[in-house]
Design a protein around this ligand. Structure first.
Ligand code: PBG
Length: 335
């Protein structure tokens, strides 16, 4: 974004409405263009018996079996969506203190990656690197004496990223907010021959009320003891986000993410202008649930509200947006 070098002419020489007077001129002069290529579709996957399970707090979102996730990936590819992102809901019985399930090479996420790569090899697959979906305490790292321990968590996270890359993940996305995890992951990938695996780091991830429905979707809500404020960022802060992003880029991140989405567009703008690396934002579960609830009441027009919010991310400087509306939006954009 640049500031105009001079003030616009005064009225009536300037009549801004001229540029809005008909659809063709609005299209011709549009400053941003949203396309399906800007969208990443988060898929919640599960290891239960059913193919699909509705998520109560996220109407229209289903927990998918690996087979159903592969179908969704085919659908996404056919809609022109470049990447899907996987988030696991695993059986509570496999959860433990160190998140052993996170590094199971035959676990749910490796299964899903393989199923998707078989069905739609052209689509990018991103995985979430964090332990919360696999731990019995619901934290993203290892807990000792009630504290989330940074350095001991790094080995687990690096191993998890390696397991994902080994199963075929194209992009590993650490969402845990431990210090130094990008470096630990980059070293593990380099050491094991995965130099082409991308790291999309959740660099500026805030401790947010808007993750509520997601924790329900992946089954970590009941587990979580306390909050994540010792590792996720405080929403009062903005300069701190720039320091986080700078560190992650220096440690080997190819692209960065700001999360949540709409309430944090000021951060997206600062990050994208400052660093000029591909900057993503995540329109998270609570944002989706909030919109769906008013759409269900008839208070918001779904199609218009979806395209407006997703365009706002582009306008703020995003290379792309993770959104549970991805398939719906891609359908709207291509019809
Ligand atoms: C956790 C993770 C979270 C989300 C993505 N990865 C939640 C959390 O930090 O508790 C949230 C996604 C959403 O709300 O849609 N590692």
């Amino acid at each position: 974004m640049t500031t105009p070098p001079f003030a616009p002419a005064p009225f009536p020489l300037a009549r801004p409405r001229r540029l809005r007077s008909s659809p063709w001129v609005r299209r011709l002069t549009a400053e941003t263009l949203l396309t399906p290529a800007d969208l990443v579709w988060p898929l919640i996957v599960h290891d239960g018996a059913d193919d699909r399970q509705a998520v109560a707090s996220m109407p229209g979102v289903f927990r998918l079996s690996p087979k159903e996730a592969a179908k969704a990936a085919v659908e996404a590819r056919d809609l022109g969506i470049p990447m899907v992102a996987l988030f696991p809901n695993v059986d509570g019985a496999i959860k433990d203190a160190v998140g052993t399930g996170a590094t199971d090479p035959d676990g749910l996420i490796p299964d899903c990656i393989k199923a998707i790569k078989d069905a739609a090899p052209e689509i990018g697959v991103m995985t979430d690197v964090a332990l919360d979906c696999y731990t019995d305490h619901g934290h993203d790292g290892i807990v000792e004496d009630g504290r989330v321990i940074n350095d001991a968590s790094l080995d687990r996270l690096a191993e998890q990223a390696f397991i994902h890359a080994h199963a075929g993940a194209d992009v590993v996305a650490p969402s845990d907010m431990m210090d130094g995890r990008v470096q630990a992951i980059r070293e593990a990938l380099e050491a094991n021959g995965f130099q082409d695996t991308l790291i999309l780091s959740y660099a500026a991830k805030y401790a947010s009320a808007f993750y509520g429905p997601y924790r329900d979707a992946v089954g970590s809500a009941k587990m979580l003891a306390g909050d994540k404020k010792t590792y996720q960022m405080d929403y009062a802060n903005s300069d701190e986000a720039l320091r986080e992003v700078a560190m992650d880029i220096a440690e080997g991140a190819d692209a960065v993410m700001v999360k949540p989405g709409l309430p944090y567009l000021d951060i997206v703008r600062r990050v994208s202008e400052t660093f000029r690396v591909p900057t993503f934002a995540y329109q998270v579960s609570g944002e989706y649930a909030m919109m769906k609830a008013s759409i269900a009441q008839g208070w918001l027009d779904e199609d218009r509200a979806v395209l407006e919010t997703l365009s706002a991310f582009k306008r703020a400087g995003c290379a792309g947006v993770l959104t549970y509306f991805a398939a719906d939006a891609a359908r709207l954009l291509t019809r």
